[in-house]
Design a protein around this ligand. Structure first.
Ligand code: G1P
Length: 304
């Protein structure tokens, strides 16, 4: 079957952000605060992700939420009381920053009643998404704004009609933290590969490569039927990787863009801290002062 047999020519215009997880790696911080709202300098992680989606034209954003996580939605709402105060103070810069969060995208929500896995979370989006291709952005990682990944993925998916993933090289000992792909060359786009196999969280000696599935996916609507028949897999959860592997076995074309930029992974305390430091150091407003403090701190043996 050629790739074009699946292509509908329709581009993904909706984004789904699974964000119902319990974030056990960040307890106790995440007892009452969703990990997606942990701040990176002055914006929550989730805002960087919605900004990445909006920059790629995905302004219809469905947040998959769970108990105790409704404050995520508030972040993208208007705050007339705060806006009035800033306007009266003449703090127009902050006023613009506050307003911007409510203007980025149209935010919709759906509840994932039980945390049964990433595949299950994506499955809750079926009614909102309908029969069109759509993007999935995991709620704890994002890429450099000036090296975007989504536009090339959306273009490629509109051509193949299949699944388009993003892959990044990881250390061989890290394969058990990711979905891992086996690939063959493809000339469909720059940095594109054809995916020939997918396995969720393999041990290093069972991994087919060190190319990890990053948290960006462009999926055809047929993924919902595959999810509905996917049995619990790695960790006893309904895995998105397993549903995608099912479509691959059914002949759906699966491609990936190998990402060469930096991926900020805020899902664990170390990656979160690295993200905060890197983005603070790059800021126009406080970067210079922060970098010089950081250099002194490190030169002094990095003791508080
Ligand atoms: C999920 C996916 C995995 C993917 C990873 C990317 O795992 O199941 O295939 O490689 O995200 O971050 P999780 O991090 O939810 O365990």
């Amino acid at each position: 079957m050629t790739s074009n047999a699946h292509a509908s020519g329709r581009r993904a215009v909706k984004a789904v952000i699974p964000a119902a997880g319990l974030a056990t790696r960040f307890l106790p911080a995440t007892k009452a605060v969703p990990k997606e709202l942990l701040p990176v300098v002055d914006r929550p992680v989730l805002q960087y992700i919605v900004e990445e989606a909006a920059a790629a034209g995905l302004t219809d954003v469905l947040l998959v939420t769970g108990r105790g996580k409704t404050s995520m939605v508030d972040h993208f709402d208007r705050r007339p009381d705060v806006e009035d105060r800033l306007e009266k103070k003449g703090d127009l810069e902050r006023l613009a920053a506050v307003r911007r969060t409510s203007e980025l995208a149209d935010i919709y929500t759906v509840r994932q009643g039980e945390a049964l896995g990433l595949g299950h979370a994506v499955g809750t989006a079926a009614a909102h998404v309908g029969d069109q291709p759509f993007a999935v952005l995991l709620g704890d990682e994002f890429v450099e704004l000036d090296k975007p990944l989504l536009p090339a993925m959306i273009d490629l998916q509109a051509r193949t009609g299949g699944i388009v993933l993003a892959l990044g090289e990881v250390k061989p000992e890290e394969t058990s933290r990711y979905g891992i792909a086996s690939v063959e060359p493809s000339d469909l786009a720059d940095d594109a590969v054809e995916v020939t196999g997918l396995v969720e969280k393999p041990a290093p000696d069972e991994a087919p490569s060190n190319l990890a599935v990053l948290g960006r996916y462009i999926l055809p609507a047929s993924i919902f039927e595959a999810i509905a028949t996917t049995k619990p897999g790695s960790g006893g959860e309904i895995q998105l990787t397993d549903a995608m592997a099912q479509l691959l076995a059914d002949g759906v074309p699966v491609h990936a863009i190998v990402y060469r930029g930096h991926r900020y992974d805020t899902g664990m305390p170390l990656g979160y801290l690295q993200t905060v430091v890197m983005l603070a150091a790059a800021r126009d407003d406080l970067g210079e002062e922060f970098r010089s403090w950081l250099a002194e701190f490190v030169a002094g043996g990095a003791k508080g």
